[in-house]
Design a protein around this ligand. Structure first.
Ligand code: C2E
Ligand code: MG
Ligand code: MG
Length: 717
């Protein structure tokens, strides 16, 4: 009885599995053991397989031993092997090792065990059959060698074996004429004994007989060998095919001359078909029947290995867009059927060109474009694939429209490896998705390098925040009436140890993607409040406001109100001296309605400004309802404003600014013009009654000390 001590095996599950296995064995045929004995034996093997699956250094060898042990225990019904291979794949882990279910690597291990089990079984069965055949041949020999009486006895024994054997036995002269066959032989080939006695060995040729097989037979009847053994197909009389394990022995005269041959055949069709099925299963996706990733990588590896110097290879890596929504909305069954349809269409659309289509898993497919003459072929294939996917699919009474994105990589074989190619294809697929889905993208090494640099920058952000590598610079916001500095905008920079001073455009987006913007933004807010409080303490009459940018993700965080309140409390900055800048899209929040926290922020006494106004939704309706105090007109409008001989297009910008200022004033909002670069712009904006301006003309962003100096009158723009 196996021990279960200390293993994550499910003992009841293992027993139940062994019992089901034993029951199946008894169902399928004669078993020379009692049910209880069979169960005990199979429990041992169940535990062996489970331990193999769990082993730290995994090897499938124990499964091969189990296959062999089954043959030794006479559990040789092919149906039983079939059952076991299926059960190993479908229920073994869930029942016996539930802790491993779904863990990475489990499916691969199970597949390896299945393969090795079947191989061990087949090998042992062949060996056993061979032994049986040997002993039959020996009887024939004995018959020849014995004395007369003994000869007759032996003959009689041989006859008994000959007629009764389950193995097909046929005797033929060295001229190839069949002189005798037993019933089993006749049954296997579907002829009567009499019919076969009329037949010549050569007429049993099958067009797919192994190369060299008939050569071997000729050498045998010439006496060069004593026996030969091959796997051979025969046509049965009805035209169907039977796979056999064929062993032929040569019987010689006393002087050694070849006399006749004894052929023994065993029907291995079922086993052969099982093996074929297992091989197919190991290399194909069960849902769509397409080649799987193993077969894809094998093929790609072979293409790359065999490639000549000019041979090119392409990969189209395709992923359905929004497939999860189909699964979630219509159920997995429908999702599966959609995948089957897509798989069939993909296979059909490239079938004529001889390209391999494989399913990589989930909703990912890949097409191997082997030996095209450039990028055009791969792009053509990608376009055909996209068209094939996008035609509506009718499943389960629904008409579904899906799209896909494709990453294309195409290059000379000599310049790549399978893993590089697939990594590039994966990156490119991501670009196609990021660029808006439903399209293809071609791999671009420069873009990839930029991506890597971006990723490296993103990875460095958290440590940079911890090490205090960020600094806040301040840019004056100036009254257009009297040029006094009424506010400063806090603009963060990264004092990067290698890259120097890095501007926010290079890392704010990354920080938003990774979520670090919440901490970074809070740090900027507190720093800005501290600096503003110091200015306020030194120049209370100046009432210098600080304007801090709030990213969408920060504004959408319910904790923002408490964060702002705490920043004001701890720095003692009056709320009225803090302005928060939000873009139009940040105001709308993720729920597509204005953020609730805006009112709470306004209630703290903080001012709110819409940053880059005019570049987002420009939904004027919400301006009326929200507690907004200021609009910051986006740079592009200001750019179109020049005093010198404005062209028609420029006048249009001026009219827009004019209208926006009037609108803002009607709503009692303050207007700040951004990116004011020339005195002429400042003049026109003043004429258009803009309240404040910000830009290089009034001074660029500077460290806090620069603002302090300006307040002290030590520096002017
Ligand atoms: P923004 O809030 O619209 O800030 C104004 C940008 O215009 C600043 O760029 C500023 O340096 C630049 N600018 C100043 N004068 C001129 C001019 O005369 N002409 C032109 N064309 N531009 C001028 P900067 O500092 O590179 O900041 C870029 C953006 O990064 C900011 O745009 C803001 O959206 C974001 N950002 C900066 N600091 C923070 C921060 O602490 N938190 C968040 N969430 N975003 C920030
Ligand atoms: Mg801003
Ligand atoms: Mg702005």
């Amino acid at each position: 009885m196996p021990e279960f001590g200390g293993e994550p095996l499910h003992p009841d599950g293992a027993r139940a599995f062994a019992a089901a296995w034993a029951w199946e064995a008894h169902q399928l045929g004669f078993v020379p053991l009692s049910m209880a004995e069979t169960e005990r034996l199979l429990l041992v093997h169940t535990v062996r397989l489970a331990r193999a699956l769990l082993a730290e250094d995994f090897t499938a060898q124990p499964a091969g031993d189990v296959g062999r042990a089954l043959v030794e225990a006479h559990l040789t019904e092919p149906g039983l092997l079939d059952w076991m291979v299926t059960a190993l794949g479908e229920r073994f882990v869930a029942e016996v090792l539930p802790v491993r279910a779904g863990l990475p690597g489990t499916a691969e291990r199970v597949a390896a065990l299945q393969g090795r089990l079947a191989a061990g079984f087949a090998r042992a069965l062949r060996a056993r059959t061979f032994h049986q055949q040997e002993s039959i041949a020996r009887s024939a020999w004995l018959a020849r060698d014995a004395a007369e009486q003994a000869l007759r006895d032996s003959e009689a024994r041989f006859r008994a074996v000959f007629t009764g054997a389950a193995i097909g036995i046929g005797i033929a002269g060295v001229d190839g004429r069949i002189t005798d066959v037993n019933q089993s032989f006749a049954d296997m080939l579907g002829y009567s004994i009499e019919e076969l006695r009329e037949i010549d060995v050569a007429s049993l040729t099958h067009p797919d007989d192994a190369a060299g097989m008939w050569e071997l037979y000729r050498e045998l009847i010439e006496g060069k060998h004593d026996s030969a053994r091959v796997e051979k197909r025969y046509y049965r009389k009805d035209g169907s095919v039977v796979w056999t394990d064929l062993a032929v022995s040569l019987i010689r005269y006393d002087d050694g001359r070849p006399r006749f041959t004894v052929a023994m055949i065993e029907d291995i069709t079922e086993r052969y078909e099982l093996q074929q099925r297992l091989t197919f299963q190991a290399l194909h996706d069960p849902l769509t029947d397409l080649p799987n990733r193993t077969l894809f990588f094998e093929t790609l590896g072979r293409v790359l290995d065999d490639a000549g110097p000019d041979h090119r290879v392409g990969v189209c890596f395709l992923d359905l867009d929004g497939f999860k929504a189909v699964n979630d909305g219509f159920g997995h069954d429908l999702g599966d059927r959609l995948l089957v349809t897509i798989a069939r269409r993909l296979a059909e659309c490239v079938a004529g060109r001889g390209h391999l289509v494989a399913r990589m898993g989930g909703d990912e497919f890949v097409i191997l474009v082997d030996g095209g003459d450039g990028l055009d072929e791969a792009v053509g294939v990608a376009e055909m694939a996209l068209a094939a996917v996008s035609a509506p699919v009718r499943v389960g009474g629904h008409q579904l429209s899906v799209s896909a994105s494709v990453g294309i990589v195409e290059c000379p074989c000599a310049e790549t490896s399978a893993s590089e190619l697939m990594k590039a294809a994966d990156t490119t697929l991501y670009w196609a998705k990021a660029d808006g889905r439903g399209r293809w993208a071609v791999y671009d090494p420069e873009r990839s390098a930029r991506d890597l640099a971006r990723a490296a920058l993103a990875a460095g952000l958290p440590a940079a925040l911890e090490r205090g590598e960020f600094v806040v610079h301040y840019q004056p916001i100036v009254s257009l009436l009297d040029s006094s500095m009424v506010a400063v905008e806090a603009l963060v920079r990264w004092q990067h140890p290698e890259l120097g001073l890095v501007g926010p455009d290079r890392f704010i987006g990354l920080a938003e993607e990774t979520g670090l913007i919440v901490q970074l933004g809070e740090w900027v807010l507190r720093q800005a409040c501290r600096d503003a409080e110091a200015w306020h303490r030194e120049f209370p009459e100046g009432k210098l406001m600080v304007s801090v940018n709030l990213a969408a993700r920060q504004a959408d965080d319910p904790a923002i109100v408490e964060t702002v309140a705490d920043a004001l409390r701890s720095t003692r900055l009056p709320a009225a001296l803090l302005q928060l800048e939000l873009t139009e899209s940040a105001v709308m929040g993720s729920a597509a309605e204005p953020l609730r926290s805006l009112q709470q922020l306004a209630d703290l006494g903080v001012r709110l400004a819409i940053d880059d106004f005019g570049t987002g939704y420009s939904n004027l309706a919400y301006l009326r309802r929200l507690p907004i105090h200021c609009l910051k007109l986006a740079g592009p409008f200001v750019e179109g404003i020049r005093a010198d001989d404005p062209g028609a297009a420029d006048r249009r910008d001026e009219r827009i600014v004019d209208a926006l200022v009037r609108l803002a004033h009607a709503l009692e909002l303050w207007v700040t013009a951004e990116a004011v670069e020339t005195p002429a712009q400042a003049e026109r904006l003043q004429a258009l009654r803009c309240d404040t301006g910000q830009g290089r003309w009034f001074g660029g962003p500077v460290p806090a000390a620069g603002i302090t100096a300006r307040l002290r009158g030590e520096g002017t723009p």
